[in-house]
Design a protein around this ligand. Structure first.
Ligand code: GLY
Ligand code: MN
Ligand code: MN
Length: 453
């Protein structure tokens, strides 16, 4: 299961068709980044670069040159180097870039200053994402200036500089069949990890001990890294939207909010589940949980071709505002409360985002000032929540410190939607059943150990 060479070639072809003649696009690979002293963060290729090539190495540059007689797909890559490869792993080298990654022409990255200006020269339009990498910006302008310096010799520098991401990110928004397969696998692995966390959770554990269960499930299924820093927040920590410490004790009677997803072959999943640490929802926890769930289901029903991007969010606002009034957390007239966005005290983020190779994926949310219309192949998250601050003395004590979010990943299909994270237990009954089963398994294992011991 992966993206074929043919699909990468098709993407490049389609991009070049949109770039038009007499243009060139330049994309750098992601740089390696130091974590501390001489240790690097795990390397992750830039998503655009990977989407066009599948090439996994740093210190590389792609040039796409539509109509170039000697080949339109040019790569600059690290040379093979026996010593470096013994220490740091394989390199494709220019030969491998052609043979394995479909480059028509490939050169050592060290030769780029001599070769790339020659590819730019004579082209009217340069596609490049200025402003993402200051060092590379300077390098590109250096190449352009080296051509400008030769205009009296008849050199023709590009006159137009165009952001590549307008074309490229719109293409990435529509996922192919092969991409959807990878996204489903990513979602399936993450959903299994949420189920495992529910089975393992008991009062007295630390949040990071559940984080370990996620790592275990992700890695054993080939998803080496999480798609983002997991949020594992018990009790009032659930009310911190980007909580990352994950080091508190999980207490009997508290809810636990877990927002965790993995990256599988460069595709992200993003799931949030909220469940009681002791396996049973209290009355207040259940009341708020059912409200968030009702809003999420209403939002998911708004995912289908023809609906606009904001339709799920509007559904959430409708359901939450009415529910907060019914529960006595807001008072007033529902329409007016919606207009004044009174719900924002308890629900302060948006209902979702595009998801793909990047967890907050690329693609515009508005087109010509209007919310974008959903189309088959787009994938989004639906993630409403309610967070009652522990210090909010304007609400009844019984609600304070409850934080809930429920998040699924949803594909827009031709006829509607596909919730690809559906394997993660979500209803109160499902969650309580999975947690009770986990408790039974613990007892059975404990007994077996006792007998054996
Ligand atoms: N985990 C990041 C988000 O839900 O958007
Ligand atoms: Mn999300
Ligand atoms: Mn999330």
């Amino acid at each position: 299961m992966s993206i074929t060479a043919q699909e990468y070639a098709r993407r490049r072809r389609e991009l070049m068709a949109q770039m038009g003649p007499n243009s060139i696009a330049i994309l750098p690979a992601a740089p390696e980044r130091k974590r501390n002293r001489d240790i690097e963060y795990p390397y992750r290729q830039d998503s655009d670069f990977h989407w066009l090539s599948g090439f996994p190495e740093p210190e590389a540059v792609i040039a796409l040159v539509p109509g170039r007689a000697h080949g339109e797909f040019v790569m600059f890559v690290r040379e093979r180097d026996r010593d470096a490869e013994i220490w740091n792993g394989y390199r494709a080298g220019p030969e491998g870039a052609c043979a394995q990654y479909g480059a028509n022409d490939a050169f050592p990255i060290g030769d780029i200053d001599e070769i790339l200006p020659g590819l730019i020269e004579g082209r009217d339009r340069l596609y490049y994402d200025m402003g993402r990498d200051a060092d590379f910006d300077r390098t590109v302008m250096g190449w352009v200036n080296s051509i400008r310096a030769k205009v009296r010799n008849g050199a023709h520098p590009p006159g137009e500089f165009v952001a590549l991401n307008h074309l490229l990110h719109d293409m990435r928004l529509y996922k192919s069949a092969a991409e959807l397969k990878l996204m489903k696998r990513s979602a399936e692995i993450a959903a299994g990890a949420h189920r495992r966390a529910m089975e393992k959770c008991v009062p007295g554990m630390y949040e990071y001990q559940l984080e370990a269960e996620f790592q275990h499930e992700f890695i054993r299924h080939g998803a080496r890294y999480p798609a983002y820093s997991p949020i594992i927040g018990g009790g009032r920590n659930a009310c911190i939207l980007h909580y990352r410490e994950n080091d508190a004790l999980l207490k009997n009677g508290d809810l636990l909010l877990i927002d965790a997803g993995c990256e599988y072959q460069h595709y992200a999943s993003d799931i949030t589940r909220t469940f009681p640490v002791n396996g049973r929802f209290s009355k207040e926890q259940q009341a708020l949980y059912e409200l968030v769930l009702a809003s999420q289901l209403a939002a998911i029903a708004e995912v289908k071709p023809g609906k606009h991007w904001n339709a799920p969010h509007e559904a959430v606002v409708d359901v939450l505002t009415q529910g907060l009034v019914d529960l006595g957390l807001l008072s007033g007239e529902v329409n007016e409360l919606k207009q004044t966005e009174a719900y924002r005290r308890f629900f302060m983020h948006r209902t979702g985002h595009w998801i793909g190779m990047d967890v907050h994926d690329v693609g515009d949310y508005k087109v010509d000032g209007e919310w974008r219309v959903q189309e088959a192949g787009m994938v989004m998250t639906v993630e409403p929540g309610l967070y009652v601050s522990p210090d909010d003395d304007s609400v009844d004590d019984k609600w304070r410190g409850i934080g809930i979010r429920i998040e699924d990943d949803v594909v827009v299909t031709k006829s509607g939607r596909d919730v690809i994270t559906a394997d993660a237990p979500k209803t109160v009954a499902e969650i309580e059943a999975v947690m009770a089963e986990g408790a039974r398994t613990r007892v059975a294992v404990g007994k077996r150990k006792q007998q054996a011991g």
